[in-house]
Design a protein around this ligand. Structure first.
Ligand code: S3P
Length: 165
């Protein structure tokens, strides 16, 4: 059993992932946290010191490793499905669930979030709304390859249970 939660920054992958793992008695791993532990650097540090391309390579490597873990719920980074053939790898090795959350809600959550995210650092709420719209247009073709889609972060977990049974 391996479940991948995918979707844009701020859609609630980690929160849902923790709830879901508890509900199904599985392990939970946040991919960004895993990358940080494996590389002994924070995500913002990797972006600043090595650049995004290097971060994407590290992200791919983390995904390859995590795709061999069993009985696990993985909250992936927002960009992970959109690089290399990461989406294929996830679809081949587990149940993929796209959290398709309204962009206005994403902007609101991100502006209040304490997590440092290099791609949106320093953006005002107005800039963020435009940025999310543009980026989602590019990312949706990847996200929508997920086997399942949900539109509410606080979804009834039994709905998700049905995806995997
Ligand atoms: C990113 C999302 C982040 C993190 C990095 C890049 C992205 O993860 O991997 O800052 O490209 O959307 P979250 O989706 O957990 O914020």
């Amino acid at each position: 059993m391996r479940i991948y939660l995918i979707g844009y920054m701020g859609c609630g992958k980690s929160t849902l992932g923790r709830r879901l793992a508890k509900h199904l008695n599985l392990q939970f791993v946040d991919m960004d946290h895993y990358i940080e532990m494996r590389n002994h650097k924070s995500v913002p540090q990797i972006f600043a010191e090595e650049g995004e391309a290097e971060f994407r390579k590290k992200e791919r490597k983390a995904l390859e490793e995590l795709s061999e873990f069993s009985n696990i719920v993985i909250a992936t980074g927002g960009g992970a499905p959109c690089f290399f053939d990461n989406m294929d790898l996830m679809n081949q090795t587990g149940t993929t669930i796209y959290m398709n959350i309204d962009p206005a809600i994403l902007a609101d959550r991100l502006i209040h979030s304490k997590t440092e995210r290099p791609l949106i650092k320093g953006k005002s709420k107005e800039e963020l709304v435009v940025f999310i719209d543009e980026m989602l247009a590019k990312r949706r073709p990847f996200y929508s390859q997920a086997k399942h889609e949900i539109t509410e972060p606080d979804i009834d977990l039994d709905v998700i249970r049905k995806f995997i049974s």
